[in-house]
Design a protein around this ligand. Sequence first.
Ligand SMILES: *Cc1c(COP(=O)(O)O)cnc(C)c1O
Length: 453
Amino acid sequence: MTGHAPVERDPRADLPGLTALLQRPEVADAVASVGHDRVVGALREALAGARDAVIGGTAVPGPDRIAAEVLAMLRARSHRGLRPVLNATGVLLHTNLGRAPLSADAVAAIKAAAGPTNLEVDLADGDRGGRGSVAHEALARLTGAQAGLAVNNGAAALVLALHVLGRDREVVISRGELVEIGGSFRLPDIMEAAGCRLREVGTTNRTHLDDYRRAVTVDTGAILRVHPSNFRQDGFVHRPSTEEIAEVARAADVPFIDDIGSGLLRPHPAARDEPVAAEAVDQGADLVLFSGDKLLGGPQAGIVVGRGDLVERCRRAPLARALRLDKLRLAALEASLAAHERDAREELPVWAMAAADLDDLRERAERIAAGCRGTPVETEAVLGGGSTPGARLPSWGVALTGPADDLATRLRTGDPAVVPRIIDDRVVTDLRSVPTEQDDALLSALRAATGTG
Ligand SMILES: *Cc1c(COP(=O)(O)O)cnc(C)c1O
């Protein structure tokens, strides 16, 4: 046994072990706050990275370094859990930021409903009560419909109505309305999922009343119209009016479903081209569908209003059980509808923001800009949420100087998190979508991100 060359020691052997790292007090604290498995996962990643670096010739990091790296990794990941953000995009109903912010009453109602509630008990006689009946009655009053029903979201309202009226039958729809409304909502796919056969009529830009009239047969389950929410067609275009389609539907004894999308309950100058729910009902649609968290200004929900017999069939369908609202959202919906019934729409944040005074927005922008060496700039906000494409709300924002991507990342990962928008390579925080009470929080986030604090 002679002549062995001295074996060089593998430097990876000098890396700290998992068990030793877990025993460090700061790592033990992390285990207590986020759980053992998440910390071990992060430790393994950090150690794997360190082993690669050491093979590449880097000095072996000590346990302090590795623990610090792991804590930083866990902190960065904590941003992924749901947490409040300041919406400085100028898009009042931002789907990726959860659409309509809830009113103070709606938030209080959610809190109050967190414990046991009279969800399905009539407190007057102790009998079983109708789940959601208060909201359903308010929806009927607000739209002039015979009855109302709230389910999980707009897509669910459409699936339910199509399933009840059009399953295994033909549903007539204009080729101009086979739309996609955000990632996973594509009309032909929804109709297929609901078990309907698509009967397309007309062309992309023009559909005539006769196209509907000729398509209706004994096999027709319903005529469907879908508001092309997020785009506009101009030029050589034609679509029959609600009354005209309703008349064809009535003559053929076929129900007419009108998916109006945004849920505008009363006309508003900022949403001039949006269909109003009560008008669709009045003009003869048998079922009118819309979302709860768009212009209605409430929680995520899908609303079905219209003829009593058809709403009742939707309510009783077994599928409705799978699409129903939980008590928290029902509570928020009741509170939001109550604001509409009191004619106090501006208690709902989306409408308060839409109504914000331009001079006030300018003053807020000037004050915040002065506090973080930014520049007040005129901007254009939008209602968003697929409503009023093309309609702009004049607004003011604060433009920041500096590398846009870098600043935007710092704002998004700051505290509070701020989601700005980027205009011409500049980071701009639009104030119309930020509640005035949050101005100080916004300013401190801007100071931290720009280093002017
Ligand atoms: C937004 C929208 C939907 C989808 O509603 P969700 O509440 O997002 O499910 C369906 N139809 C129209 C016309 C819409 O604008």
